[in-house]
Design a binder for this molecule. Structure first.
Ligand code: FE2
Length: 178
């Protein structure tokens, strides 16, 4: 099976809920992409959004890991796998979307807006960035898109909207292949 068909079948077959939320991981990623589209983002960024939690499909049982207070490093797992097939512009923001949360959480208002599940995972992911870590992160090539991805990610948890199907993203995915 080629990679695009494999991704599509994973989206269709995976019914696990996104940790602590009422939407599935598939729905959550599709919603992130829809929000990025509405914000007139580039195709690269829309594709990053669509695949940003793909690591959760690869990890055995993300929910179980959280219960055991283990960070599965889903951003690295997704990145390592997807970089074999997709452009750098697509996979780098995926790698850094957790760093973006650690960066943004320095702001009290942002921190307080996080869901309980997200606050717990933030701790497991290493907590809020200090000044040195923040400065390092700002220097990354895809810093801005990592932040954007994270902001779209944050709000992509609605249950009352008309969802697109993963099939509608087939061309976009194909276009972002190496
Ligand atoms: Fe996410």
């Amino acid at each position: 099976m080629n990679i695009i068909n494999k991704i599509i079948s994973n989206f269709i077959n995976n019914k696990s809920l996104y940790i602590g939320e009422k939407v599935t991981i598939s729905e959550h990623m599709i919603q992130s992409a829809m929000i990025a589209e509405n914000a007139k983002s580039t195709s690269n960024l829309i594709c990053s959004c669509l695949l940003h939690d793909y690591g959760h499909f690869i990890l055995e049982d993300p929910d179980e890991l959280v219960k055991k207070k283990i960070d599965g490093k889903h951003e690295d797992i997704g990145y390592e796998y997807l970089k074999k097939f997709f452009k750098k512009e697509v996979v780098e923001p995926i790698k850094y979307h957790v760093s973006a949360k650690r960066y943004l959480a320095r702001d009290k208002k942002y921190f307080n807006s996080l869901s309980e599940a997200s606050k717990i995972s933030l701790k497991l992911q290493g907590g809020v960035f200090n000044t040195k870590e923040s400065k390092e992160f700002e220097k990354k090539d895809f810093f801005k898109n990592s932040i954007k991805l994270r902001k779209f990610d944050e709000v992509a948890k609605r249950t009352n909207i008309k969802m697109k199907s993963i099939i509608e993203y087939k061309d976009l995915l194909n276009f972002q292949l190496l």
